[in-house]
Design a protein around this ligand. Structure first.
Ligand code: WT7
Length: 651
């Protein structure tokens, strides 16, 4: 595969068959593959009917009359909050939905009945403000219990929610709120992060100067820091729900009604509002959660250690686990606060049985050292998972050896914001795993690795990952931009979904995901577009031109490396360099802060003026420089490489 900028895979021969005791009790069994292969629409329809409580059961499976605008179960009617709450109450209302752990050490235990009461009261509160079915609600919060409450309340009254990651800046809120025309913004006074306060409400205040559609801002008191409240517009959460009854009639939703919008980076500066609907999404969430995580609702304590601001949290902290009547952990803070054993101490205290995290976190744990997990009894764990980026075999082995008790299976799960639910993953009781491989598509999912022309590559070959059949939890479109939906995902190879990832398929048919093939970086498991960071840099008065690439990074997978040409009157100082890094953080969020910035009088360009990012990647990764003969200004490349060298020596 040309120009993928991705490390070559070493040959990996280790094979870990599922332990017999695990297979004997597993939820996901081998016959599911046969069933789905015989008729994938019938397979998914069976899952939808058995795992979901419908007001009106669907008679339709897949509607493919207008591709790629596929529909699933389109005459079915349901409410997701009913499925996550009400239907569990009669027999299991006392069960814990969330053991919530605050960063400073405070805790809350929330049963299904309590969660339901809070959701109903808040849903009534939203209705009292005139929020009705179809109105968009933006949510910008920390990891507090009110966040899932807000999402479920929106789902209850049919108002699509859009969660904006709490680490994003005011500008990011503005873009996302205005793209969808949200009516209400829900936030907290602040959020805890490593002992200091992230001023969420202040960020909202700044954003609301430029978001004309927002009528109300609802504020959870978490920190009790000073915030300003605008009369009539801003309302404390506790005041809104105070006199609301704990019963709120759920809206009857069509399976194809919009459940949420979640923004993700694309190759242009504008984030894409990925749209997920109700029936198909819930089918994907509840089925994959049960099968991949082998959920036993009566005995498991399950922990997905993601942030709800990303799709992982939507599907595997909120909708999948609650619909499956699972007991989950929800943790507010970072893994190293107050010390680097925080996660392991939570696992020990609550007897966590299933743990799901990202490779970037595992690499950090490796760096900190095995003495931290060793301080704790982790023997309750019986299944581990990873998601977000390729996991290097050495990190996989460390996870296996130091976190999992003996023979604990690991599920490496490949999916995307767009796919809504896990697509490629082992079934832990069926699939023999190989460190670094997401193994094979789940039952009902069909993937193919193809070459540039779209032909499947032979076993042992590499190419582009495609999904060849529609699936229930798939995105339905990009909010307000059907054309971009078609061109981004369905035009590269007509009729199949183009995931934007490179992949290899080995002799056993196992898939090895190599990473993004477009101009999107993967930093700590999160997609950030090179274009967005470039736009943020160029918006600073000193910057004439900027190019950004993802450089291989031991800890974060990729790190953001920026190359910047200044406007003539500005001087290349360390002060300005720091200012530019903070500028990007304030425009997008701290996650997008470039790790390195190199000043250069010019950028390597083709004769048509296209920046050659391939060469900048070579420089960042300290590789031998690729072909420079097509450049208009080849001499600049060596100059930049020398600068990068000097920068590395400084470190
Ligand atoms: C991109 C999607 C879906 C949850 C988190 C990220 C990469 C995801 C894996 C994996 C290798 C992975 C891909 C994908 N990715 N999981 N198990 N192995 N790569 O969601 O922000 O939509 O990013 O993450 O490159 O395209 P996202």
């Amino acid at each position: 595969m040309a120009d993928s900028g991705i490390e070559n895979l070493l040959q990996e021969d280790r094979l870990f068959p599922p332990p017999r005791e695990f297979s004997e009790q597993a939820v996901g069994t081998a016959d599911l593959y046969e069933e789905a292969d015989a008729d994938y629409i019938a397979y998914w329809t069976r899952q939808a009917k058995e795992r979901i409580t419908w007001y009106k059961e669907p008679t339709e499976g897949l509607d493919d009359s207008n591709p790629p605008f596929f529909k699933w179960f389109s005459d079915g009617e349901l409410n997701i909050s009913y499925n996550c709450l009400d239907r569990h109450l009669e027999t299991g209302g006392d069960k814990v939905a969330y053991h919530w752990v605050g960063e400073p050490g405070d805790t809350r235990t929330i049963t299904y009945t309590e969660l339901s009461d809070e959701v109903n009261r808040f849903a009534n509160g939203l209705r009292s403000l005139g929020v009705v079915k179809g109105d968009r609600v933006a949510i910008y919060m920390g990891m507090v219990p009110e966040l899932p409450v807000a999402m479920l309340a929106c789902a209850r009254i049919g108002a699509p929610h859009s969660v904006i990651f709490g680490g994003f800046s005011a500008d990011s809120i503005i873009d996302r709120v205005n793209d969808q025309g949200a009516k209400v913004l829900i936030t907290c006074d602040g959020a805890w992060r490593r002992g200091s306060v992230v001023p969420l409400k202040d960020n909202c205040d700044r954003a609301m100067e430029e978001t004309p559609t927002i009528e109300h801002c609802l504020v959870v008191k978490r920190i009790e820091n000073d915030v300003s409240m605008v009369d009539g517009r801003d309302i404390w959460w506790h005041d809104l729900v105070e006199h609301q009854p704990t019963e709120c009639e759920p809206e009857v939703m069509n399976a194809e009604d919009l459940l949420y919008i979640l923004y993700t980076s694309g190759t242009t500066a504008k984030p894409k509002g990925i749209m997920h609907t109700t029936g198909g999404y819930l089918t994907g969430a509840v089925t994959t959660h049960a099968l991949v995580f082998d959920i036993k609702p009566d005995s498991d304590v399950y922990w997905c250690a993601a942030d709800i601001g990303w799709v992982t949290g939507h599907t595997y902290i909120v909708y999948g686990p609650l619909a499956n009547h699972t007991t989950s952990i929800m943790y507010e803070g970072t893994p190293d606060y107050p010390d680097k054993d925080r996660l392991w101490s939570i696992i020990e205290e609550y007897g966590v049985t299933i743990f799901y995290t990202a490779p970037t976190a595992i690499r950090a744990f490796m760096k900190w050292g095995e003495q931290y997990p060793q301080r704790h009894d982790l023997s309750s764990l019986r299944l581990l998972g990873t998601v977000g980026e390729p996991i290097n075999p050495s990190a996989w082995m460390w996870y296996h050896d130091h976190i999992g008790p003996q023979d604990c299976p690991i599920v490496d799960t490949w999916w995307q914001t767009e796919t809504g639910a896990i697509m490629i993953s082992p079934l832990p009781g069926v699939t023999a795993t190989k460190p670094g491989s997401a193994t094979k598509p789940l039952p009902g999912i069909s993937a193919s690795v193809v070459d540039v022309e779209g032909h499947p590559v032979p076993l042992g070959g590499g190419g582009y990952l495609t999904i060849t059949q529609p699936w229930p939890a798939m995105l339905r479109s990009i909010y307000g931009d059907d054309e971009r939906y078609v061109s981004t995902y369905w035009s590269r190879y007509p009729g199949v979904y183009f995931a934007g990832d490179g992949a290899k398929i080995d002799e056993d048919g196992y898939l090895w995901i190599l990473g993004r093939v477009d101009d999107v970086m993967n930093v700590s498991g999160h997609r950030i577009s090179t274009m967005e960071v470039e736009s943020a840099l160029v918006s600073h008065p000193s910057v004439a031109e900027a190019a950004v690439v993802g450089a291989a990074d031991e800890l974060t997978g990729q790190a953001i490396a920026a190359f910047v040409t200044l406007v003539g009157s500005f001087e290349e100082t360390d002060g300005l360099l720091e200012e530019l890094r903070s500028h990007v953080a304030s425009k997008i969020g701290a996650i997008a802060k470039p790790k390195t910035i190199i000043f250069t009088p010019d950028l390597p360009k083709t004769r048509s003026g296209k920046i050659m990012r391939r060469l900048l990647r070579d420089i960042s990764d300290n590789r031998v420089l690729g072909d420079v003969t097509t450049l208009a200004n080849s001499e600049i490349v060596q100059a930049i490489a020398d600068q990068a060298e000097a920068y590395r020596d400084d470190d």
